[in-house]
Write a protein that binds this ligand. Structure first.
Ligand code: ADP
Ligand code: GN1
Ligand code: MG
Length: 364
């Protein structure tokens, strides 16, 4: 259906080529090559939003339009370049930020951010540091955004307690008959009930403030400028909604401070690299520019552990449910992903004291 969608957007030229692009687990992303009237080339991104996951794509696009317009103003105030430092939407020929095709799928198009790369692994520690500054800065830029006006694009997205409860239901149902083979992993989840509880509890008690957060702070959701090495743009804004700063921090650590890929099958390659942890902590605290409370700072290691645990639990839930949420590229892919996350949690537990010591350096 991409061919139907391509023709609907008010693009900067004639579409010459359409091909699949990127390594996201959720949306279908395509790269469009365009030819402008003056004969020069241009590129654009076309995405089919996953409306099984994002149930209200129209509200989602309203969030993105509002957040990117707001960011645009802040970026201009800071003297930045809003064409490259935030996502820019192409509207359809009838002026909407999305197109609904004849099968009911929703599509959107973005300006392509040229001369920048999104990395799937930390190739250079500096990139990870830069991504930390950018995610922290993103939070700072949105600090005064009226959070209550944002739609919750996935209800309870990082409500780890609710996910824990759902996990137990999925195990009890065991609709694909897979529970038997993953008894050890199930036990690991059940032994971590406290980890599932802690941040929600602190939030309910008013110890952690609700902020506008990104909620999917993987390294590949940042564009890094090829020439300067600076992280210029935070992308994948589908999950921007009220959340916890420690979770934004934690999700980055989960992905970027791991010594192996998210789906590595050799678990001996998986651990939490403390020098990357420290580098990210430094960058994130700098980017947030004094906005984090003392309790938030103290809870950064917990954010890392909870996000890693939650993600592992989500992969395992999806495995037990028959791989209905995350895109998989091989059999047991979600199980492999789950195992790396639990290995990381274990490793963080062993390094807990050191993680606390690192964060202490940035307190006060
Ligand atoms: P998903 O939710 O599936 O992860 P993303 O929005 O993160 O989807 O897009 C997937 C990939 O496409 C990104 O990791 C990035 O490489 C690329 N991408 C997305 N938007 C842009 C853009 N505006 N310019 C350049 N590349 C982009
Ligand atoms: C998904 O969309 P993507 O690939 O950036 C997921 C994240 C997970 C991540 C695990 C909307 O992120 O929550 O942490 O996969 N996004 C959604 O790699 O569920
Ligand atoms: Mg992404």
């Amino acid at each position: 259906m991409k061919n139907e969608a391509v023709g609907q957007f008010e693009l900067d030229g004639v579409v010459m080529d359409v091909r699949e692009f990127g390594n996201g687990h959720i949306n279908d992303t395509f790269l469009l090559t365009l030819k402008r009237e003056d004969g020069t080339g241009k590129r654009a991104i076309l995405q089919r939003m996953n409306h099984e996951i994002f149930k209200k794509p129209v509200e989602l696009m309203e969030n993105i339009l509002n957040v990117t317009s707001y960011l645009r103003e802040r970026i201009v105030e800071e003297g930045g370049d809003p064409e490259r430092e935030t996502l820019n939407i192409y509207c359809t020929k009838d002026g909407r930020p999305y197109y609904r095709d004849s099968l009911g799928s929703y599509w959107r198009a973005y300006h392509f951010i040229e001369d920048a790369t999104s990395y799937d692994t930390v190739e250079k520690p500096e990139d990870f540091y830069e991504s930390a500054v950018a995610f922290g800065h993103f939070q700072k830029l949105l600090a005064d955004y009226p959070a209550a006006t944002l739609h919750e694009t996935i209800v309870g997205f990082h409500d780890t307690r609710a996910r824990f409860k759902r996990f137990k239901e999925v195990v009890a149902e065991d609709k694909c008959g897979r529970a038997k083979e993953v008894e050890a992993e199930i036990r690991f989840v059940l032994e971590h009930e406290e980890t599932a509880e802690i941040l929600g509890k602190m939030q309910a008690e008013g110890k952690l403030p609700l902020r506008v957060t990104h909620n999917d702070t993987k390294l590949n959701n940042i564009m890094i400028d090829n020439a300067t090495g600076k992280a210029i743009c935070v992308i994948d804004l589908d999950t921007v909604m009220p959340g916890l700063a420690v979770n934004d921090f934690g999700d980055s650590i989960r992905f970027g401070a791991s010594t192996g890929a998210e789906d590595e099958t050799d678990l001996s390659k998986i651990s939490c690299d403390l020098s990357l942890f420290e580098l990210y902590t430094r960058g994130f605290v700098e980017g947030c520019a004094g906005r984090l409370t003392e309790t938030e700072l103290e809870m950064l290691p917990m954010g890392a552990k909870v996000m890693t645990f939650e993600c592992g639990m989500r992969f395992l839930t999806d495995y037990l449910e028959g791989d209905v949420y995350f895109k998989i590229h091989r059999e047991k892919h979600n199980l492999d992903r789950c195992r790396t996350q639990f290995k990381l949690v274990q490793d963080m537990e062993e390094k807990w004291e050191q993680m606390q010591q690192i964060v202490k350096k940035y307190l006060g």
